[in-house]
Write a protein that binds this ligand. Sequence first.
Ligand SMILES: Cc1ncc(COP(=O)(O)O)c(C=O)c1O
Length: 420
Amino acid sequence: MSRAAKETRIDRPGGTFDLERLRADFPILTQQVHGRPLVYLDNAATTQKPNAVIEALNHYYRTDNANIHRGVHTLSERATSAYEGARATVRQFINAASDKEIVFVRGTTEGVNLVASSWGRTNVRAGDEVLITTLEHHANIVPWQMLCAEVGATLRVVPITDSGELIMEEFERLLSERTRMVAVTQCSNAIGTVTPIERIIARAHAAGAVVLVDGAQAVAHVPVDVRALDCDFYAFSSHKLYGPTGIGVLYGKERLLEAMPPYQGGGDMIKTVTFEKTTYNDLPHKFEAGTPHIAGAIGLGAAIDYVNGLDRAAIGAHERDLLDRATRALLEIPGARVIGTARAKIGILSFTLDGAHPHDIGTVLDHEGVAIRTGHHCAMPLMQRLRLPATARASFACYNTRGDVDALILGIRKVREMFG
Ligand SMILES: Cc1ncc(COP(=O)(O)O)c(C=O)c1O
């Protein structure tokens, strides 16, 4: 039985699209795993790549590969123009004011580390506070912890309700004239909560704090407009947006980036070097020391072009439908518990099953061809708050089908039989 064949025409409240055609853009999805059709539900960890992205990487290495910015020859000019073109594509995608505000980094992790290290060491002093939330991924915890330890600042944490929503009264209470930075995720990777970042940004600014948004999980699911949000920094990873690994983006307001010292020293980030003194390059190059991931940036540009070609409202409604269907079906399984029941969620379903460790669930599902994530999801403090060692997590992307959800639920019922 072909799962997707029944789902050619997707008609959701947000719009209509051809799911079968969309799936054909992702060659990896046609394979079998353990003799079953692959059902890929680990999209919060990384998404699969469409042909357009694979072709862009292939084309770059086959025809344009050269180092950028420094060469006068044709290939170098082509590579530079493709790399800088990708930057312009990113700028439009998140509606930044200028290409100077788009810094290519390795991913969200490096983006946060860059800000903690460069902005943080310059602006955070002993006695100051950095405010994060219980929902954060380790990438948005550890760099701040390291900064606080180094400068003698204090890390404060906004608590959550049992359903996984931020307690906004506590956020207001913790925000003070000592708060220099509010670093907050837009969507929880572990339990799917969408946080009220508009309100957080407005309140943080009123208190005189700077705001970094971790957009790693948001960017594939929610349209992002950094100027409408008015966030100071926004970090995301290409690989969660159907693009290649090893590349990501740090957006920063020009005024802030201009005032920050370089993060790393080396080639490309300089204007002049003598043994006595170095002058730094203009934005954004000041923050891009060394040969960057040229192919990665070009691949990210291709991924954004691909996403821009989708009906994002329809895809959003489709992912919502998959989440609702999976949640309803899961709750009918005895001993199953949904972890994270916030009112606003992206397509992430974390769950536990009485008597079965999440790793056992993951292993049994893998034998059914169903790929999910199990563990602490790089959010150990959140797991502690939820009093759980781990969860199983299914996460949805544009190419998933109702058939995928049914395969997931069948697999979990099988686990139930084995461990119940
Ligand atoms: C919310 C969130 N923040 C940060 C990261 C880190 O992203 P990367 O490993 O691509 O740097 C992830 C990755 O799972 C994430 O989900």
